[in-house]
Ligand binder design. Structure first.
Ligand code: 4AD
Ligand code: MG
Length: 446
């Protein structure tokens, strides 16, 4: 492959070497004796400065956004940058236009708002600050992969199309055939949905491979038009055999996030807002708190003047309560454990009080809920009783119930919203700026 800007920045060639580099013009200036081009190629937020003498070597149609190939000599930098490429009239030096820019190119100017950038999905990621978030997302996925690899997990690919509603919240998108070749609508005549969570399938796989994880798209037909909800998001889910307590899961989740923070402090991305690094530091070395749901409700009620609504024991925490607990109050990640049975899905194991389940949510500052997880009910009879009490149709879940008939062992797991974590780690205000093509209420334009 041709050399990229990241190669040049990380491992600078020897001074005096001939260099041919491809990229897009971030900015250009022409004066009487010299022209300057700052070149980016997306492999890093940093740019390479090209000094062109005489300026007539710069083709007329080179403006911001143009694709170019620049050949010159790698030299000691004279300005802020340590190095620059000098382009002269010597043979081997040249500026070649690969793709010019129309007058209406929307990124001619700097400092576009993220609202505006969302209206041009085909160009928005070229803006260095926007691109930095996607680059960080790629680092984040590597950090998570290395954590699971070193903890004896296997990554697996559960299906996106499913016949069951894992969370039982009725937030499913139905799958239908649009093919003229198929006389049957639906999924070959069967009722099928896009998955809201791959947990139930992961439970099958953890009963075979011991420890499994996945990072896969999940879909939710909720019309929450907020800065932390997407209709299509990626969920990291882990399912672990022989886990018996919530504490095992919260300690494991904490270790995972500390590992992520440490990895980013070592190999994170540049070009992000100041707050990003402080948050990596918080995940790596900050304090994590654990409280029960009952204690959380008590805290919220004792500070009722801060909220627009105040929940009673038995109802869920709202986003304002979650953000306050992790933000102003504990100033760091908070595990809230043992929620009321009615607040959570059918598959969670009941605690001995009969009123709460062995589960947890992890709340983080500014975002609120990042992780939801639990110990699963592995006893067939208890699970069937719970499903009956909830008036659930057991038919579509026969396979899941069968799992409890043979070699059913204690196990548990969790799901983490990948974009919510990236939102926190990148400092983005809106989750729609953390996924390349956001699908959310009223947003699916390309
Ligand atoms: O808490 P949730 O609904 O948990 C589950 O689905 C479990 N079955 C997971 C498991 O135990 N394997 O979702 C898990 C996480 C949430 O904490 C949140 O971070 C994220 O998924 N999430 C969303 N992220 C973006 N947009 C949405 N609409 C989301 N809904 C959930
Ligand atoms: Mg949840």
């Amino acid at each position: 492959l041709p050399i990229c800007v990241r190669d040049l920045v990380q491992d600078a060639p020897a001074i005096g070497q001939s260099i041919k580099i491809n990229g897009w013009v971030k900015s250009s200036r022409v004066s009487k004796n010299v022209a300057f081009v700052d070149l980016v190629d997306g492999t890093t937020d940093q740019d390479v400065k090209c000094v062109i003498r005489p300026p007539s070597l710069l083709p007329k149609d080179v403006s911001t956004g143009a694709g170019v190939q620049i050949a010159g000599v790698w030299s000691q930098g004279k300005g802020k940058q340590s190095h620059e490429i000098q382009v002269t009239s010597d043979p081997g030096s040249a500026v070649k236009v690969l793709g010019s820019v129309e007058e209406l190119y929307p990124l001619q100017k700097r400092n576009h708002t993220s609202q505006f950038l969302r209206t041009i999905p085909e160009y928005r990621w070229r803006v260095p600050e926007a691109g930095a978030t996607l680059r960080l997302g790629s680092r984040l996925e590597s950090a998570l992969t290395s954590f699971f690899d070193t903890n004896s997990f296997y990554k697996t690919h559960p299906p996106m199309v499913t016949s069951s509603d894992c969370e039982g919240a009725g937030e499913l998108f139905r799958v239908e055939s649009a093919s003229k070749l198929s006389s049957k609508e639906q999924f070959f005549g069967k009722e099928a949905y896009l998955t809201v969570s791959t947990q139930l399938h992961l439970e099958v796989l953890s009963a075979a491979l011991g420890r499994v994880w996945t990072l896969s798209p999940c879909f939710r037909a909720e019309e929450s038009d907020t800065n932390r909800h997407l209709s299509e998001f990626w969920m990291l889910e882990a399912e672990i055999s022989f886990v018996e307590t919530v504490d095992q899961l919260t300690r494991f989740s904490e270790a995972m996030l500390r590992h992520v923070g440490q990895r980013l402090l070592q190999h994170g991305e540049s070009g992000l807002p100041e707050i990003a690094k402080a948050r990596w530091e918080m995940l790596a070395h900050g304090k994590y708190t654990q409280i029960t749901y009952t204690e959380a409700i008590d805290l919220v009620q004792r500070n009722s003047e801060l909220f627009t609504t105040v929940p009673q024991w038995g109802s869920g925490l709202g986003s304002e309560h979650e953000k306050w607990l992790a933000g102003e109050h504990f100033k760091g990640p908070v595990f809230v454990v043992d929620y009321p049975v009615e607040e959570k899905p059918f598959y969670m194991k009941k605690n001995t009080d009969g009123k709460t389940v062995a589960c947890y949510d992890l709340l983080i500052p500014d975002i609120g809920e990042l992780i939801g997880g639990s110990v699963r009910e592995h006893d067939l009879q208890k699970l069937e009783l719970e499903m009956a009490a909830r008036k659930m149709d057991a038919g579509p879940l026969t396979w899941y119930l069968n799992l409890r008939k043979n070699g059913s062992v204690p196990h548990g797991g969790f799901g983490l919203g990948f974009e919510r974590l990236l939102q926190y780690l990148s400092g983005a205000d809106n989750i729609r700026d953390t996924i390349p093509f956001p699908r959310a209420a009223n947003q699916c334009t390309c």
